[in-house]
Design a protein around this ligand. Structure first.
Ligand code: GLN
Length: 449
């Protein structure tokens, strides 16, 4: 009830929620109250959580913030992460705004509403999980789930001053996450503290027979890593992550955070991730190619809206897609279809796959000698609503420091590390780990926090 009261009080300003699950959530809470608390058995007993609207929730509207799915009122099943949250007795408070089909960095690509940054409502919350980050920052829910294909959990977490984790690719089942770029997508938690985050990840992680890309690797008790002790831990700082393009004040705050890690006993060196500069070009080829294939299922027949005045089948596909998708989604579909077309495939798609390997190898080399890599999450703080929306290339550049992580499939967290002295907006510290070593990422994040 406290969550719904807070939402009532603040959401006409924040615009984080697309759908509330009020009746069912209050009923569930009541039942849990009657059962009594058994916190050891259920890691999230009675804990309220908000869900990004590209994660399928049985019988609860799931729109991906797209006009196309505006009538998708009653999905037939829960995503695996939702089933796991239910089994841990968490309570779904409702569905959160996002960029349409998770394409964007400001949540301005939602077909429904503009979410604002709770620290200053002239600013974007980041994206594409902007609703999730804003809801947590505004105190509407203590936890939320987002999805991160190129930075969509970490960048909004950074812009809204909360904690956001992108797990290792394969750590969390993607079953029921509406696919954007299947080789990059992961679900991740947004929370106020590192401990909360570790708790949620523990619940949603693990192999799933419904997702063949989920990894059959034991899920550790991440909370055991939260000791505060990072003495002797080896930390790498890539020089490319503090170079031109990174706001001077952001770099200052990151350097202060690195000093703190040194004071805590970590050994810090500068390293290089030389192929980082190709990450954006590589990502936009690959992610758009995968998106163009994944979004082919939206044909107006199986789910979503169907154009009403078409003369024949082909016309109906065309009209449904023309009416249902927004500009950014259409841009990605065109870009991806082009990159995959015969004659261009080798020059664009295949080339991008090769560069992806080089980027992955950059990380592998550094991780031969270091436990974690740290740097900024984003080159700047949040920008103003409307400032970048007409300039896709500038918008794409926001993800230059988060995208390499998705291309390599490694885990990374963003945690708050201060405020920009000019606009007073939060700055995020990114901590990147080895494949399936979320524990050390949490260890460093918690020690710093
Ligand atoms: N901003 C990036 C994009 O627009 C990343 C999105 C994401 O991680 N879902 O594709």
């Amino acid at each position: 009830q406290a969550c719904f009261d807070r939402i009532e009080e603040t959401d006409d300003q924040v615009n984080a929620f697309l759908t509330l699950n009020k009746e069912a959530a209050l009923e569930e809470a009541k039942q849990l109250d009657e059962e009594g608390i058994d916190a050891d058995q259920f890691l999230l007993f009675g804990m309220p959580i908000g869900i990004k609207d590209n994660i399928m929730t049985k019988d609860l509207k799931t729109t991906c913030a797209s006009e196309f799915l505006s009538n998708f009122e009653d999905p037939l099943y829960d995503a695996t992460v939702i089933t796991k949250l239910k089994n841990a007795n968490a309570i779904n408070i409702g569905k959160l705004n996002m960029d349409e089909f998770a394409m964007g960095s400001s949540t301005e690509n939602s077909a429904y509403q503009k979410t604002t940054n709770p620290w200053n409502k002239d600013y974007v919350p980041g994206g594409s999980s902007g609703g999730s980050a804003a809801a947590v920052a505004a105190g509407q829910v203590p936890f939320a789930l987002g999805s991160d294909t190129g930075g969509s959990v970490r960048q909004p977490a950074s812009y809204c001053g909360v904690v956001g984790m992108k797990p290792t690719y394969g750590r969390v089942s993607r079953f029921g996450l509406v696919a954007f770029a299947s080789s990059l997508d992961q679900v991740g938690p947004l929370t106020r503290t590192v401990e909360d985050n570790a708790r949620i990840l523990e619940v949603i992680s693990g192999v799933d027979e419904m997702d063949p890309t989920s990894a059959n690797i034991d899920v550790p008790n991440y909370r055991e890593a939260l000791t505060g002790d990072i003495k002797g831990l080896k930390v790498a700082v890539p020089k490319e992550y503090l170079q031109e393009g990174v706001d001077e004040e952001v770099a200052n705050k990151i350097n202060q955070a690195i000093d703190t890690l040194k004071e805590l006993g970590a050994e810090v060196d500068e390293v290089s991730l030389p192929h980082s500069k190709y990450a954006i070009a590589t990502y936009y080829m690959l992610a758009s190619s995968e998106a163009s294939a994944n979004l082919a299922r939206f044909d107006g027949i199986r789910y979503g809206k169907r154009a009403e005045n078409a003369d024949n089948l082909i016309d109906m596909f065309k009209q449904s897609r023309s009416e249902g998708f927004g500009d950014e989604v259409k841009r990605r579909i065109m870009l991806g279809t082009f990159a995959l077309s015969s004659g261009y495939y080798d020059a664009y798609y295949k080339k991008a796959q090769q560069v992806r390997r080089l980027i992955t190898e950059d990380f592998e080399k550094v991780f031969e000698n270091y436990d974690v890599i740290v740097g900024p999450t984003s080159p700047t703080t949040a920008f103003k609503i409307g400032e970048q929306i007409d300039d896709p290339l500038t918008m794409y550049a926001n993800d230059i420091l988060t995208i390499p992580v998705n291309l390599a499939g490694v885990p990374a967290i963003s945690i708050p590390c201060g405020f920009h002295p000019e606009n007073d907006m939060p700055i995020g510290l990114q901590i990147i780990g080895k494949h399936f070593d979320e524990s050390n990422v949490y260890r460093v994040a918690h020690a710093y926090e």
